[in-house]
Design a protein around this ligand. Structure first.
Ligand SMILES: C[S@@+](CC[C@H](N)C(=O)[O-])C[C@H]1O[C@@H](n2cnc3c(N)ncnc32)[C@H](O)[C@@H]1O
Length: 210
């Protein structure tokens, strides 16, 4: 798994390597564009909304929303990623923060229409994901939604199959979503749905229990 320095080094080349994997329909980024497009379309439903992007990277998704008049806050631990994204979104509040420590105090009084996170939450263990999502739900407006686009599978068996098919590239240090297990872990916290997009990626949508 990459640490902060690893992402700093990857920042300038990030968009190109993602595109290659996406175009070849390969793990890990098969379905990337469709996943981001789906989340973009959902977040666009409300005009001028407040958005929080967790692990925004080069800002591929949040910069598009920013260009369409949404207000963007973001969290990422890589200063190189932040520098690239900030150039695209000069007025966005982009915070350098490691999400393994939860959420930063700076957003404790903020609430969001959409909390988006693409290809970042697999850096948390499954137990950490549940705690983190509980923290995110507290920052969500009553009718807001959390959109997670990531390497994700319907079941642990599907995940194991993809691992075998991609064994040469598989990152053993990352924690991909097995939705059958994830759904149970957040059932007492929120409503959830899963939309598979490719053989290794999909979108999870979370909303508050009413
Ligand atoms: C694979 S990139 C995804 C970037 C972007 N969201 C996208 O879809 O292209 C993962 C991003 O999460 C950030 N990240 C990874 N682990 C993190 C952590 N523990 N705390 C904060 N940011 C983290 C990295 O710096 C990187 O920008």
């Amino acid at each position: 798994m990459l640490n902060k320095q690893g992402f700093d080094l990857w920042a300038n080349d990030y968009d190109r390597t993602v595109q290659l994997s996406e175009e070849n329909n390969e793990y890990p980024f098969a379905g990337y564009k469709e996943i981001l497009k789906g989340i973009f379309n959902e977040a666009m439903q409300k005009e001028g909304s407040a958005i929080l992007d967790i692990g925004f990277g080069t800002g591929v998704l949040s910069a598009k929303l920013y260009e369409h008049g949404h207000s963007v806050d973001g969290i990422d631990f890589s200063e190189e990623m932040i520098a690239i994204a900030q150039e695209k979104m000069p007025e966005a509040r982009l915070l350098q923060w490691d999400i393994t420590n939860g959420l930063p105090e700076a957003i404790a009084d903020s609430s969001y229409d959409s909390i988006i996170s693409t290809y970042a939450l697999h850096h948390l263990t499954d137990a950490e994901k549940t705690v983190f999502i509980e923290n995110l739900l507290a920052r969500l407006k009553p009718d807001g939604k959390i959109y997670i686009g990531d390497i994700a599978f319907r079941t642990r068996e599907d995940l194991a199959k993809c691992r075998l098919d991609s064994i040469a590239y598989w990152d053993e240090d990352e924690f991909y979503f097995a939705y059958d297990e994830f759904e149970k872990s957040v059932a007492g916290l929120c409503r959830s749905e899963f939309h598979p997009v490719s053989h290794c990626g999909g979108v999870i949508i979370l909303s508050k229990l009413s």
